[in-house]
Design a protein around this ligand. Structure first.
Ligand SMILES: Cc1ncc(C[n+]2csc(CCOP(=O)(O)OP(=O)(O)O)c2C)c(N)n1
Ligand SMILES: [Mg+2]
Length: 252
């Protein structure tokens, strides 16, 4: 383990499935916290319910609030209002933050609550058996859409930016440096900031979408990423099957 990991982790192994991207995101979060030298006495991690909600709790060596499904942003808002001196970082899943919790997310962005919200987007409800989420790509198979999802997913970065977020970024977990840098930038942004990490789920998403091999799942995720400056020519349906990566806002 690196120094940052030793300082910031309570555990030396996690409960994530083999190949789950959430463990890589955990590494990125603690590296960002380590590089920023965040003061643990003024730091709070908040999560909802789901596999991703286990990223901060119990793994990170800091105060962690593991709350109700869909309500992480509401708890985080309350904590920030009660103790404005806290740095409050929400880490939770795509279902938690943008399906059941979608209203809290957009209204916290609209109100410019001084939070960093990190979304582990595995495009599915992982913990409860692989149901379709509001982030499931068009055509992907899930437990509830075995023939393929017929709806376009939310573009969460565009959604929160439209609602007023000062900064938003999206990177796959396989690009740790920009991911760590975006987490740092989000924490340093006064007001609402959002980071979306594309995180492969071999257990629920991969097996239903015929990625039998972990390497194939990770390679495919890389192939589906398109840089923002190359994304202009994509049709809406192409966009709904790909991940447009980059960062937006953050300058003022
Ligand atoms: C009010 C309520 N509704 C539904 C559930 C069941 N539930 C728990 S986690 C979850 C989905 C989690 O998905 P996500 O946030 O994407 O996390 P992942 O497991 O994919 O990392 C659901 C539907 C619950 N615990 N509480
Ligand atoms: Mg999920």
């Amino acid at each position: 383990m690196t120094r940052a990991m030793e300082d910031w982790l309570r555990v030396d192994q996690t409960a994530f499935c083999p190949g789950c991207g959430h463990g890589i995101l955990l590494g990125a979060v603690v590296r960002a916290a380590g590089e920023l030298e965040l003061d643990r006495r003024r730091l709070l991690f908040v999560s909802g319910i789901g596999c991703a909600a286990w990223i901060p709790s119990p793994n990170i060596q800091a105060d962690t609030l593991h709350t109700l499904h869909g309500r992480a942003v509401a708890y985080a808002t309350g904590a920030k209002l009660a103790k404005p001196e806290l740095t409050v970082i929400v880490v939770s899943g795509d279902g938690d933050l943008s399906s059941i919790g979608g209203n809290h997310l957009i209204h916290a962005a609209r109100r410019d609550v001084d939070l960093t919200v990190i979304c582990a987007n595995n495009q599915i409800y992982g913990m409860t058996g692989g149901q379709t989420a509001s982030t499931t790509p068009l055509g992907s198979r899930t437990a509830t859409d075995p023939q393929g999802n017929r709806y376009r997913p939310f573009d969460l970065c565009a959604l929160v930016r439209a609602a007023g977020a000062r900064y938003a970024a999206r990177w796959p977990v396989t690009r740790p440096r920009p991911l760590i840098d975006s987490i740092k930038r989000a924490v340093q942004t006064p007001g609402f900031a959002f980071v979306e990490a594309i995180s492969p789920c071999p257990t629920q998403f991969g097996r239903r979408n015929r990625y039998d091999d972990l390497r194939e799942l990770y390679d495919q995720m890389g192939r589906l990423c398109v840089d923002d400056d190359q994304a202009g020519s994509l049709t809406p349906d192409e966009r709904a099957r790909r991940f447009v990566i980059g960062q937006w806002g953050g300058d003022g």
